[in-house]
Design a protein around this ligand. Structure first.
Ligand code: HEM
Length: 454
């Protein structure tokens, strides 16, 4: 195309809506691949009519199904919003990187929750008050301690993270580095939550296709499935949910080494053995490299956990680090016990050792204690609290997305196996709360804090 000296096109063409929005590409994206994919019986694959080109009306006759256009369009709608979510999160990480680079930190430390969750038992010795006679300790002076905790430059002693829980090169940050970023970061996360919510009713549109109308073309999709949505995986990674996907990467020496170095042997081993049928190489071969990059990149989980170990919370001394956690925990459990015994005798009987142990395990994560303190105090840095609330809402949005998808799939195909080889059983496992929280939730500490909050 010829451009004038001022860089504008000289053919007199003005910008049109269709050019600017790239409508042609969108319209033409509705098509079936003209080549019969491997594994498909050629007679079952719709034959492209002579002279037909993308953008023309959906063909009819033969194996062409009117409803397949709806099916593809709805998926494309989801993918467009996934793309925009990646765009928002990409900007968020760039902003964080700029703010940390200004203080000489080039990489946010990775939050190794899998490694920590492997320690199933609570560290009782850190909570001398918590066990065994919790109810005796109705501490009353926690509120001033909580206030101390969130004050900037907390004097010793504070809650100090265990360094062995963190990256070898653990670098505490300062909340003040982000003081001009909170609104921006929160807005990015909130947009993503909205986008997920906006596409949920798309499932309702698909329900205007009866199961029989779907079954008319479903078989020829196999082995393709939403399981291979590389954008959805990138969103999971950006949230921090990535450990359970490690086994899906094709093992090779360099990749395995990087993964082990970055996340630790126990995390990689816990992901289980490589299974070719679940692999990204099978489900999205062209995107496996991109996914590998994304799996190593920063995540919101890393950011949230890092912020919660900021200097302002950790203090500078390494002694009495769980003193405050213990006090908060004891007070909360005492309250819980009191509520249960006064309001409902039956419940009281249920709140036994297991509940305490569970709560103890939650509280063994120092970030959970910090969140508890942040949420309890009215003096907390508002920007951070709002950002954390937005992150929890996004996590909730993804879980909700999974729930709605699961129920929708059940309505469409019942207990039939999925085209990707999973089916309902797989989808139920992925949303199950029985699995370790870090496997399907981005920010376990934000959820856990709710259980111990007064
Ligand atoms: C009739 C429509 C649909 C059916 C029957 C269906 C069914 C399934 C099934 C059975 C799975 C488990 C893997 C497998 O066995 O294939 C799955 C996974 C998945 N589907 Fe769908 N799905 C439908 C529509 C959608 C739509 C519209 C999206 C939007 C992008 C979507 C996204 C996903 C994703 C991301 C997964 C992977 C979930 C994970 O691994 O955590 N699905 N789907």
């Amino acid at each position: 195309m010829k451009l004038g000296k001022d860089g504008r096109r000289v053919d007199g063409k003005h910008l049109t809506y269709n050019d600017y929005i790239n409508v042609r590409a969108l319209v033409e994206s509705l098509r079936l691949a003209p080549d019969v994919p491997q594994g498909v019986i050629p007679e079952r694959w719709p034959k492209t009519p002579k002279g037909w080109k993308p953008g023309d009306a959906w063909p009819t006759g033969g194996n062409w199904c009117h409803d397949e256009a709806l099916f593809i369009t709805v998926h494309q709608g989801f993918e467009l919003w996934f793309r925009q979510m990646r765009h928002e999160l990409g900007d968020l990480f760039a902003r964080v990187a700029a703010s940390t680079a200004a203080h000489g930190v080039t990489q946010i430390p990775r939050a190794h929750l899998a490694r920590r969750d492997a320690e199933q038992a609570p560290k009782l010795d850190r909570f001398p008050k918590l066990y065994p006679e919790t109810t005796r300790f109705a501490a009353s002076n926690a509120s001033s301690a909580v206030r101390d905790l969130i004050l900037h430059d907390l004097p010793a002693p504070g809650i100090f993270p265990r360094r062995e829980d963190l990256d070898a090169g653990f670098t505490p940050c300062r909340l003040s580095w982000f003081q001009n970023d909170w609104d921006h970061l929160t807005e990015r996360v909130e947009r993503c939550t909205k986008m997920l919510a906006v596409c949920l009713p798309y499932y309702d549109i698909l329900l205007h296709m009866t199961p029989a109308q779907f079954l008319a073309f479903r078989d020829r999709l196999a082995p393709a499935s939403g399981f291979g949505s590389s954008q959805f995986r990138q969103i999971e990674f950006a949230l921090g949910v990535r450990e359970r996907h490690f086994a899906k990467f094709t093992p090779n020496a360099a990749w395995t080494k990087t993964l082990r170095k970055r996340f630790g042997d126990e995390v990689v081993d816990a992901a289980g053995p490589f299974r070719a049928e679940d692999s990204f190489a099978r489900h999205c071969p062209d995107e496996e490299k991109t996914l590998a990059q994304a799996a190593l990149g920063p995540s919101l989980r890393d950011l949230v956990y890092w912020l919660l170990t900021a200097h302002e919370f950790t203090g500078k001394a390494d002694r009495d680090r769980f003193r405050l956690a213990d006090r908060i925990a004891a007070r909360n459990l005492a309250q819980l016990d009191h509520d249960n015994s006064t309001q409902n005798k039956l419940v009281s009987a249920v709140v036994t050792g297991d509940t305490y142990r569970q709560l103890g395990r939650h509280l063994a994560h120092f970030e959970t204690v910090v969140v508890t303190a942040l949420l309890e105090s009215t003096d907390s840095p508002f920007g951070l609290v709002r950002f954390l609330q937005a992150c929890l809402a996004l996590d909730d949005g993804v879980l909700h997305w999974r729930d709605v998808h699961l129920r929708f799939v059940e309505r469409m195909i019942g207990a039939r196996p999925g085209t990707g080889g999973g089916g309902l059983q797989y989808l139920r496992r992925v949303v199950s709360d029985k699995a370790e929280p870090y496997r399907q939730r981005g920010f376990p500490c934000l959820w856990e804090a709710r259980s111990v909050l007064l």
